[in-house]
Ligand binder design. Structure first.
Ligand code: ADP
Length: 237
């Protein structure tokens, strides 16, 4: 089947864009020996293109599992994950690799940077992995956009937590990743740094038209989101 045709649902008689991210009755059951843990039990949700959504919920409610599935790093035990209407389960290995490398950008609590590389080199590395062009120029521009021009040559390990998060966000911007998935991006930051990171995530949405999904415990961060999705026991509360 042609790749393009997978982007449309068969029943797409209406002309609305399909959601940027959609989970349909998703289950994820972890098995180890005879013990089964149901991390997601019938999770259904939609995130529209260009939305900035906060996902909240108690520890163990399935937030990290949801992010892994959305990132294409894990597959559901049942149900379906769709991106712009296209089921990830129908992508072959190459398409899935492309999805992970070019469509999705991940921002983690600990800052998913190479500690020994400079801020500039980190963004360049991220761009090369996504096979971007004009790598040094785009990396420098993105770092400047997020207020990191003066920190460009510093090794990631020498940057503050908030600066590391902004480098990861700059990498997402440089790659023009349409879907940004963040896991507790402000978890270890003080209020001022949290504000900077939240502003940076909002800019990704506003200036780069990214869809942004943020798992967070921060009421302050959730307050700035377009919408909060509350998980409880592996489904929407
Ligand atoms: P949250 O991110 O909301 O804390 P998780 O998605 O990490 O929730 O976990 C949901 C449930 O699945 C928890 O009960 C957790 O212990 C379990 N779980 C998560 N990952 C694994 C795994 N790799 N193996 C077994 N159980 C897991």
């Amino acid at each position: 089947m042609a790749v393009a045709s997978l982007y449309r649902e068969p029943e797409a008689a209406d002309t609305r864009e399909p959601p940027a991210l959609e989970l349909l009755d998703v289950f994820r059951i972890y098995s180890s020996g005879s013990i089964e843990t149901v991390a997601l039990r019938g999770l259904s949700l939609r995130v529209q293109a260009g939305e900035l959504v906060a996902v909240m919920g108690p520890s163990g409610s399935g937030k990290s599992t949801f992010l892994s599935l959305a990132a294409g790093l894990d597959t559901p035990s049942a149900g379906e994950v769709r991106v712009h209407g296209r089921p990830l389960s129908r992508m072959n290995e190459d398409q899935l690799a492309e999805y992970r490398a070019r469509h999705v950008a991940l921002v983690f609590q600990s800052g998913n940077l190479w500690p020994a590389l400079s801020a500039q080199e980190n963004v360049e590395m991220s761009l090369r992995l996504a096979r971007g062009d004009d790598v040094p120029g785009r990396a420098a521009t993105a770092l400047a956009t997020f207020g990191l021009a003066a920190r460009r040559r510093h090794r990631a390990a020498a940057l503050s937590g908030g600066e590391q998060q902004r480098v990861a966000i700059a990498a997402a911007a440089a790659r023009r990743a349409p879907l940004v998935l963040a896991d507790e991006p402000t978890g270890e930051l003080d209020a001022a740094n949290e504000r900077n990171v939240v502003d940076a995530l909002r800019r990704l949405r506003e200036e780069h038209h990214a869809t942004v999904v943020i798992v967070t415990h921060s009421a302050r961060l959730a307050h700035t989101a377009d919408r909060v999705i509350e998980l409880r026991d592996g489904r929407v509360a």
